[in-house]
Design a protein around this ligand. Structure first.
Ligand code: ARG
Length: 273
C-alpha cells in the first residue's frame, strides 16, 4: 500500500507564461492550425495551474514567453534539471529550436550550469526521473544517442523506452511518475520491448485506459502526496485516489490544442542535495 503522505516535500518548478501561445504549425497530431485558439482562456488555465502549485506550497518561477515561439509554454521541453545541473534541450523541429538559448539563459542566471547534448533531446518531455533512475523516451523526438549523453552528464542509469504511436510522441504523454517507485502508463504507446521493460520494473504500476490517455491524462504532476491531473481522465483520477493521492484537477483543454497538458507546462528544477 502506498503511503504518499510521508513523501511530501516542496518542489521547485519553472513555467512559461503563454502570452504568445497559439497553434500556427503542426509538429504533432494534436495540432490543427486551422482551429482557433483562445489566448485568454489558455492564460487563465495556465494561471490556475500556477496558483495550485503555489497554494500547495511549491516554489514556481516564471519565464516570459517570446513572440514567434508559440510552443514555449511547454516548459517541460526546455531542459532537464537534475542535482542542480541543467541539460538544455536540443529540439527536433526548427520551429522550437530558438527556445533553447532562452531557457539556457534562464538556467544560467538561476544558478544552474548548462550542459548540452549533441543528439536531439526534448528535456522532461522525454526524460523522466523515477527515484535514482531516468526513464527516457525515443522514437519521435529524443534521439537514443542522447540517452547515453544524459547518463554521462547526470551519472544516473538511463532506461530507454521506445514510443510507437505519434499521438504519444513524448514520454510524458504516455507515462507519469507519482513517487520514486510508482508510475502510471499507457502500454499501447510503447514498443513490445519497452512494455516488457516497464512490466518488469513496475509490476504495481497504474495502467491508463484508451480514454484516459486520449485526454492526455498521463500528462500530470505529482509531488508524492498531491497529483495535479486532467479532469477528463476520470479512470486514472479514480485510480490515483484509490492509491491515496490527493487529486486536484486542473483543466488545460486550451493548451491541449498544441498537444500538451499539465506536465508539459511544468519543468521541475531539482537542486543539488
Ligand atoms: N506543440 C508542442 C510540440 O509538439 C507540444 C509539446 C508538449 N510538451 C510535452 N512535454 N509533451 O513540441
Amino acid at each position: 500500500m502506498t503511503q504518499p503522505q510521508s513523501q511530501f516535500k516542496p518542489r521547485h518548478y519553472l513555467m512559461a507564461r503563454p502570452t504568445y501561445y497559439t497553434v500556427t504549425y503542426q509538429i504533432n497530431p494534436w495540432m490543427h492550425p486551422e482551429i482557433q485558439t483562445d489566448g485568454a482562456l489558455a492564460l487563465a488555465q495556465w494561471q490556475e495551474l500556477h496558483d495550485v502549485y503555489v497554494e500547495l506550497g511549491h516554489r514556481v518561477d516564471v519565464i516570459d514567453g517570446a513572440p514567434g515561439l508559440p510552443d514555449m509554454v511547454y516548459a517541460a521541453n526546455g531542459g532537464l534539471v537534475v542535482d542542480g545541473k541543467a541539460i538544455g534541450a536540443n529540439f527536433t523541429y526548427p520551429q522550437r529550436q530558438p527556445e533553447t538559448p532562452l531557457y539556457n539563459a534562464w538556467f544560467e542566471q538561476a544558478g544552474f550550469p548548462v550542459f548540452e547534448t549533441k543528439a536531439r533531446n526534448e528535456g522532461e518531455g522525454d526524460i523522466l526521473t523515477v527515484g535514482d533512475t531516468i526513464l527516457a523516451g525515443t522514437g519521435f523526438r529524443t534521439d537514443i544517442a542522447a540517452h547515453k549523453e544524459i547518463a554521462e552528464i547526470t551519472g544516473y542509469p538511463v532506461v530507454s523506452l521506445e514510443l510507437v504511436d505519434p499521438h504519444y510522441y513524448h514520454l510524458d504523454t504516455a507515462l507519469s511518475v507519482f513517487t520514486p517507485d510508482l508510475i502510471a502508463y499507457y502500454p499501447p504507446a510503447f514498443s513490445a520491448a519497452a512494455q516488457s521493460e516497464l512490466r518488469e520494473r513496475f509490476p504495481d504500476a497504474m495502467i491508463a485506459s484508451d480514454s484516459d490517455a486520449a485526454a492526455l491524462g498521463l500528462n500530470l504532476v505529482s509531488d508524492g502526496t498531491n497529483a495535479i491531473m486532467a479532469p477528463q481522465a476520470t479512470g486514472l483520477v479514480a485510480q490515483a485516489r484509490e492509491r491515496g493521492f490527493n487529486v486536484i484537477t486542473v483543466d488545460t483543454s486550451e493548451l491541449l490544442k498544441g498537444g500538451g497538458g499539465i506536465k508539459c507546462c511544468t519543468l521541475e528544477l531539482r537542486h543539488a542535495a
